[in-house]
Ligand binder design. Sequence first.
Ligand code: PMP
Length: 447
Amino acid sequence: MISSGSIAHMANREAERFRAANPRALAHHAAATGWFQSVPFHWMKDWPSPVPIIAASAKDAALTSIDGQTYDDFCLGDTASLFGHSPLPLAAALAKQASEGLSYMLPTERGAALSARLAAMFGLPLWQVTTTASEANRAVIRWCRGISRRAKILTFNGAYHGAVDDAFVDLKNGQPVMRTSLVGQVHDLRDTTTVIEFNDEGALADALRGGDIACILAEPVMTNVGMVRDGPGFLQTLRTLCDETGTLLVFDETHTISSGYGGHGITHGPKPDLIVVGKSIGGGVPCAVYGFSSEVAARMAARNQSRPAGHSGIGTTLSANALAITAMDAMLSEVITRPAYDHMLRGAARLVAGLEAQIANANLDWHVTQVGARVEFLTCPTPPRNGGEAKAAMQPELEAAIHLFLANRGILLAPFHNMMLVSPVTGDDQIDRLVEGFADCTKALKE
Ligand code: PMP
């Protein structure tokens, strides 16, 4: 147990240390008055440092700031750069495409190869492209409702699937509530979103029994509320109950692409009806994809036949532009490879072993969870079984103090939780520095 006094002491000391070491970031932030709240996008205020680090550039798994600090980057753009910053094949392909036009509203030859690569990697035959994973999830929900003629979807308490209003329903004391952080939503989402706890097979069976749920939108392992692993047999039960009730199963693999080549569904099963993958698939270029089975495709085609041409509510002008297609094709053909995963998984195992050893050394009742190349420490003794337990276990002040301590020693973690990503270009020396920094931090917290 770390005392609140010790946490506050570390937070204050590290904030001072940050200010002393980052004068240019402070000046930049003070001058950035043209941005609302001094940042071009509000999440950038969520880092634990007094002002955001101002990035100068990044390459592989390292980032440099305008203050000349270098960071071992385990945030990797919160998964957008999971396969390393600016891999050479991507940079070269983008440079070439940049001089050949970026957005034509027409298919390109490269797209044919890409759809085949997606099918081979993720095991589903048909694909569509969007600009973000949020948008892919919204499209998938719309299609599932459109083809099933069912209004409801089901999500899990504490889930996050991007800017997808339908998924902003949580459980509070067992009752569904709209997430209070959601801005400007005027409809009661509880009418059409059923929310249950992850790993609750009884609640799942009850919810699906009515046959009125279009789809389950799920991460196969929850990764946005700390990490919550699927209990034994849970995902298979999900698959079986979906089949029995005509409910479509959507895996949002935007984060769980870390599990292994092809994502969690391919690596561990079961197979979903639809899959969403975003962020890292374009190496940081805004793009995402959703894939689906032939059966779903046939139902989508039938639905299309019965609707007039025109706005469908799905897709935007920039969807599948030439730059996005080129980026994904370069990534899938030369960067997101099986050998890349071998390196990532080896590195993640090294990181887990290192962190667990330091937790034991410091006699802390914390634990580490791993989903392939994605590693997370939680400051509680046992892995939570669902979002409710995970939320209860979180200690935001403690986590922020740890993050800032590490940032001040040149190690970058994602701001929202204790997630560390190991890329194909993350070196053992970087992993060892993180483990050392973590050890120093736990020592300092106990002093
Ligand atoms: N799905 C999951 C599982 C995510 O974690 C996120 C974002 N963190 C998204 C979808 C949305 O991605 P984007 O913000 O790129 O739209």
